[in-house]
Write a protein that binds this ligand. Structure first.
Ligand code: F6R
Length: 607
């Protein structure tokens, strides 16, 4: 999604703006631009494609302004051309925007009737014209923004720079996040604390409906009713070091390899290791009274929720309904008052997940979120937050956040089972013992990398790949297919192994690789039968299993990846790693942009 930055500095800020935009690259974008004040005049440099194009533009035509705004654009309205790139500007104001202005057509029609000349296909340009119109009526920049914001429908974070005002930046937020950074005689705006990390670690987040006036000395925040309000000032932990690739070629590789550490860290937060029990924060409800759980999330986070469905049903004997959030938010699901709704999100800003959360609150659910960004909107609007301690995830394809989500959800399901009297103390101890071993098994799973690299050279030539799994390996099959699609652009599908014969088996021929995720668990025999159906039709099987599975599998596979023998509960945490590595190395072999795959955004703050 689009990234925003604004700086009121003391020296030329163009380089700093680009530096901050580089730290927002992970969100996904297809064009970029900056605007600064040159002798009081708004001056822009914009470029299609990656930031190196913008840097070249700035080398050819440098900017010297000490106040500026910058933007990475993920196109929604209008193609990703230089002309549609932000900032959009009139003579009076330049604006950068993340989100969608839903009523921009009406606004544009009205403004054009009044004589405004639109030069782009974007929704954002309407905002520049609206503010300009108010300034031309004689309003101050702040009053012009205050008069404009109520006219905008949709989700947005905005930053404005005004002609002739080099001690003023205005930011506004409704739906999309925006942070204020406090420096020493300098002030900043940014989509997140990561963007501002090289400049300051003193951050404050705008609440929905807030807008803020910045000058070099500080910030004045107003709420949606234009009342002056104070927002908490925090120390951010998003240090510069954390977004370094280390010795890895891509952030995704680094994040895959970090998993033993960050999952260990996350588990340590929820486990009482000495007593082998789960230690959750206090819940504002009695688990014994719950009748049902609902889970909503998107993409990879949804698949983490799907694994958790198996765990909550098995360990806590609670029925679970799970939906992708974009469906849940509109399907008017009936919910019993006082039940539990769980939302899973790395960014904590995903628009569909947030809307689902708000629906669940209206339905009087207890709202628990599993999020990686503790300052995010989803975290702030939840009754209880169960943080994942994955650290900043920069690769667009989610990896370490996924396994940390699984770790938290496993702890939650076990704690609920214990609180409901379904699990005995001994059973809890056994499960906790298994969880404690996860980082060690993960480290061992990573040693399969050379074999996976060789496999990837073969997969890179394929047009389609199937993934199969049963039980908690079924969501992993879905996740494997999603990962491969998004970073290698190879078509892939994940199926419940038993569902294959109901249609997809027609796809099998000798060119079709079928990746079977089959730990030697309760359903292994059943998966083996499905594998035999594939083998009988000439499909090329890649079996991901353990030593017991290798011994018991009667069919020949092209390749077997042998993972450590681990207790059934933790298999999704361990098997996720080869699944991620398969996608990663296939994409590297093909040569795609692994960390920023085409068309994708990291934090999806639009519908
Ligand atoms: C896939 C991926 C996406 C996200 C999804 C939800 O690799 O990263 O499918 O999982 O967009 O994002 P969050 O977790 O931020 O709500």
């Amino acid at each position: 999604m689009c990234g925003i930055v604004g700086i009121l500095g003391r020296e030329a800020v163009a380089d700093q703006l680009v530096d901050a935009l580089k730290r927002l690259e992970y969100r996904g974008y297809d064009s970029a631009g900056v605007a600064t004040l040159e002798g009081g005049k708004l001056t822009r440099r914009r470029a299609e494609g990656k930031l190196k194009n913008l840097e070249k533009r700035l080398r050819d035509e440098p900017l010297a302004g000490t106040s500026g705004i910058g933007h990475t654009r993920w196109a929604t309205h209008g193609r990703p051309t230089e002309n549609n790139a932000h900032p959009h500007a009139t003579e009076q104001v330049a604006v950068v925007h993340n989100g969608i202005i839903e009523n921009y057509r009406e606004l544009r029609a009205q403004l054009e009737k009044e004589g405004a000349k639109f030069v782009t296909q974007t929704d954002t340009e309407a905002v520049a014209h609206l503010v300009s119109r108010e300034i031309k009526k004689g309003l101050s920049p702040a009053d012009a923004v205050a008069a404009t914001l109520p006219q905008l429908r949709g989700a947005f974070a905005l930053a404005f720079l005004f002609a002739g005002k080099d001690d003023l930046l205005i930011g506004a937020r409704k739906g999309s996040p925006l942070a204020i950074g406090y420096g020493d005689g300098e002030m900043y705006l940014g989509s997140d604390a990561i963007a501002l990390a090289p400049f300051t670690d003193t951050i404050s987040y705008l609440e929905d409906g807030d807008w803020v006036e910045l000058n070099h000395k500080g910030a004045a925040v107003h709420d949606a009713g234009n009342r002056a309000v104070k927002r908490q000032v925090l120390k951010s932990s998003a240090s510069s070091v954390l977004i370094d690739k280390g010795n890895h070629r891509h952030f995704m590789a680094k994040e895959i390899h970090e998993q033993p550490e960050v999952v260990g860290h996350t588990l340590a937060h929820y486990l009482d290791m000495a007593n082998e029990r789960i230690d959750l924060p206090k819940l504002p409800f009695d688990p014994a009274n719950l009748k049902r759980i609902s889970i909503s999330a998107c993409g990879t986070a949804y698949y983490a929720g799907l694994v958790a469905k198996y765990w909550f049903e098995r360990y806590a004997r609670l029925p679970v309904e799970i939906d992708v959030a974009s469906e849940f938010r509109y399907r008017e699901a009936p919910m019993n008052e006082g039940d539990l709704a769980i939302f899973v999100s790395q960014s904590g800003e995903t628009a569909d997940t947030l809307a689902s959360l708000r629906y669940a609150k209206e339905q009087k659910q207890h709202v628990v979120s599993v999020v990686n960004v503790p300052t995010s909107t989803i975290a702030r609007e939840s009754d209880v937050v169960l943080p994942t301690l994955a650290g900043p995830e920069i690769g667009v394809a989610s990896t370490k956040a996924f396994t940390c989500q699984l770790a938290v959800l496993a702890c939650f399901a076990i704690a609920m089972g214990r609180a409901r009297g379904v699990l005995s103390e001994k059973q809890e101890q056994e499960l906790v013992h298994a969880l404690i071993e996860v980082p060690r098994h993960m480290a061992q799973a990573l040693t399969l990398e050379p074999q996976i690299e060789a496999l990837a050279r073969d997969l890179a030539k394929c047009k389609d790949v199937l993934y199969l799994g049963r039980g908690t390996s079924y969501p992993l099959a879905l996740e494997g297919a999603l990962k491969l699609k998004e970073i290698s652009y190879i078509h892939a599908e994940g199926y419940a192994a038993g569902e294959l014969k109901h249609g997809p088996i027609a796809l099998i021929d000798e060119t079709m690789p079928v990746i079977v995720i089959a730990p030697h668990d309760r359903v292994f025999e059943k998966t083996v039968s499905n594998m035999q159906e594939v083998a009988a039709r000439g499909g090329r099987i890649i079996l991901v299993t353990d030593a017991k599975g290798v011994a018991a599998a009667p069919v020949d596979s092209v390749l077997t990846l042998t993972l450590p023998d681990v207790p059934e509960t933790i298999t999704p945490l361990i098997y996720a790693l080869p699944v991620q590595l398969i996608a990663y190395h296939t994409a590297v072999t093909i040569g795609t942009d692994v960390d920023q795959p085409r068309n994708l955004a990291k934090s999806v703050t639009v519908e």
